[in-house]
Design a protein around this ligand. Structure first.
Ligand SMILES: N[C@@H](CCC(=O)N[C@@H](CS)C(=O)NCC(=O)O)C(=O)O
Length: 208
């Protein structure tokens, strides 16, 4: 088994943090997205969508999608649980992880993709859409700050996949100059606490 992955990019990073929290080590192959290695025919043959992360099994079959890969490892290595425990807990984590994908990660990556020079010539950038994503991310931060009053983590008391999705979303947002305002004290406390975890500190864009 090996994991095709990439530095900095938020979806491979979600898997990297998840595996580190579980203490799982597997061989990795780094795909340099800046050099378009994901477009190489050998890689596209494994994942026609040309995206990382990608988990390749010993028989050559592959599993794409960061959350599918994390769920595979949650089943094979249940401790510590990162998708919640019992029916209510798992549903709650699912709700929060989806919210972090739609309200944070999608918006910060939308801003990054449509406003940052890295993507010039790689995608058709629509600056107005990127700026809309920025404003939506800023609105979501205010909402999330209120939600975090009185609890340590996104989905409740425990660190879960929802925290991983959120911190990866915020960190790619920083590359596009989206910052958590210090006035949002609950969100700032959460971000500092989660960023200090070894699994999170070990990866991601340079902290500026
Ligand atoms: N929904 C997919 C998204 C995967 C994805 O978009 N990966 C990005 C990196 S975060 C990628 O490979 N982009 C290719 C590129 O930059 O050309 C997942 O969760 O794994």
């Amino acid at each position: 088994m090996k994991l095709w992955t990439a530095d900095v990019a938020p979806n491979p990073r979600r898997v990297a943090i998840f595996l580190a929290e579980k203490g799982i080590e597997i061989p990795t192959v780094m795909v340099d997205l800046s050099q378009r290695e994901n477009q190489a025919p050998d890689f596209v043959a494994k994942n026609p969508l040309a995206r990382v992360p990608l988990l390749e099994f010993g028989d050559g079959s592959c599993l794409a999608e960061s959350m599918a890969i994390c769920r595979y490892f949650e089943e094979t290595n249940p401790e510590p649980p990162l998708f919640g425990v019992d029916a209510r807990g798992r549903a709650t984590v699912e709700m929060w992880n989806r919210r972090m994908e739609s309200e944070i990660l999608a918006r910060t990556t939308g801003c990054f993709r449509h406003c940052h020079p890295y993507w010039q010539g790689r995608i058709e950038q629509v600056a107005a859409y990127g700026e809309l994503c920025r404003r939506q991310a800023e609105d979501s931060m205010v909402w999330l700050d209120g939600e975090l009053a009185g609890r340590d983590h996104i989905a409740g008391a425990d660190f879960t996949i929802a925290d991983i999705t959120a911190v990866c979303g915020f960190d790619i947002g920083r590359v596009a100059k989206i910052r958590i305002p210090e006035s949002l004290a609950n969100l700032t406390r959460w971000y500092q606490s989660v960023s200090a975890r070894p699994s999170v500190a070990a990866s991601g864009p340079p902290r500026k």
